[in-house]
Write a protein that binds this ligand. Structure first.
Ligand code: CA
Length: 287
């Protein structure tokens, strides 16, 4: 004979266990930045028409340490000082580099040197100025797309947004927290590329699900290249003027250390090489 009180206690215990499991599955009540790298990001797919789509992942609003950690092996002077950056806007970043098929759909041309790598390989041989035209046309294309929601605000990521997405909660040299010897698992660089680009998304993604942030093609950012500042930056957009624009992430031609998360590169905005490509960003317009 089971005592009624024992049954009542068991029922209460079961309810408590169920409640704990429920809240654990919801993230334990942690804020969006409570478990950097664990939170699944919101994804959207944008239809460019003609069977061409572009995928984006949201960045969690939050803050991160931008630049190389003090004493980081292989870091250049322009990656210091490491400083706090706050990103508190609704930003989506391309899950992949912009592909040759996407560029062709928007621009009606394909300047890539590695067309043999296929339509899913990243577009390259594009200048920063070309990218500005690409986004002008992409925004016009999507604004006229009556089938989907009216979308606008597509652009290059800022250098800070790019690094935030690349690091995915890490402060180590590489976004998987690993070492140069493991870079070939998530990046196409000179050690494994066989002197060509490769279709996007073939290597391991980082902890937030972004592919090829490191390697394959350098990615243009919107900023003028310039020195970092001490202190906290909020949604930084770089220098107000300059001569060169920023590129990030290393390429198929670079040695492994050039794919470090903090590594910066720059070029005149009118220059293109078969190492220069891009990734799209989308900023949700204020209602
Ligand atoms: Ca890349």
């Amino acid at each position: 004979m089971i005592n009624k009180n024992v049954i009542a206690v068991l029922v209460v215990l079961c309810l408590i266990v169920a409640a704990v499991l429920y809240f654990k599955s919801r993230g334990g009540g942690a804020g969006p930045h409570g478990k950097a790298g664990k939170r699944p990001l919101e994804a959207i797919t944008v239809d460019l028409g003609d069977g061409v789509k572009m995928e984006f992942l949201s960045l969690p609003a939050g803050k991160f340490m931008m630049g190389a950690a003090p004493g980081e092996d292989g870091a250049y002077a322009d990656e210091s000082p490491q400083h706090t950056v706050i990103i508190d806007k609704d930003i989506w970043i391309g899950k992949y580099e912009v592909t040759q098929a996407q560029w062709q759909r928007v621009m009606s041309n394909n300047p890539s040197g590695f067309q043999d790598a296929g339509p899913s390989a990243p577009v390259e041989s594009v200048t920063w100025d070309d990218c500005a035209v690409f986004f002008e046309k992409l925004n016009a294309l999507l604004a006229s797309n009556s089938k989907g929601p009216a979308l606008k605000g597509f652009r290059l990521p800022t250098e800070a947004e790019w690094e935030y997405a690349c690091r995915a909660g890490t402060t180590t040299r590489f976004s998987d927290g690993g070492y140069a010897g493991e870079v070939t698992e998530f990046a196409w660089c000179s050690a494994n590329s066989e002197n060509t680009t490769h279709p996007v998304g073939q290597k391991k993604p980082n902890a937030w699900g972004f592919y090829d942030m490191q390697g394959n093609v350098w990615e243009w950012c919107s900023d003028w290249y310039g020195a970092y500042s001490e202190g906290i930056g909020k949604n930084p957009t770089g220098q107000p003027y300059g001569a060169s624009r920023v590129l990030r992430g290393g390429s198929w031609a670079g040695y492994t250390l050039s794919t470090r998360s903090g590594r910066r590169f720059f070029s005149l905005p009118s220059v293109s090489t078969n190492e220069f490509g891009l990734r799209a960003a989308w900023e949700r317009a204020k209602p």
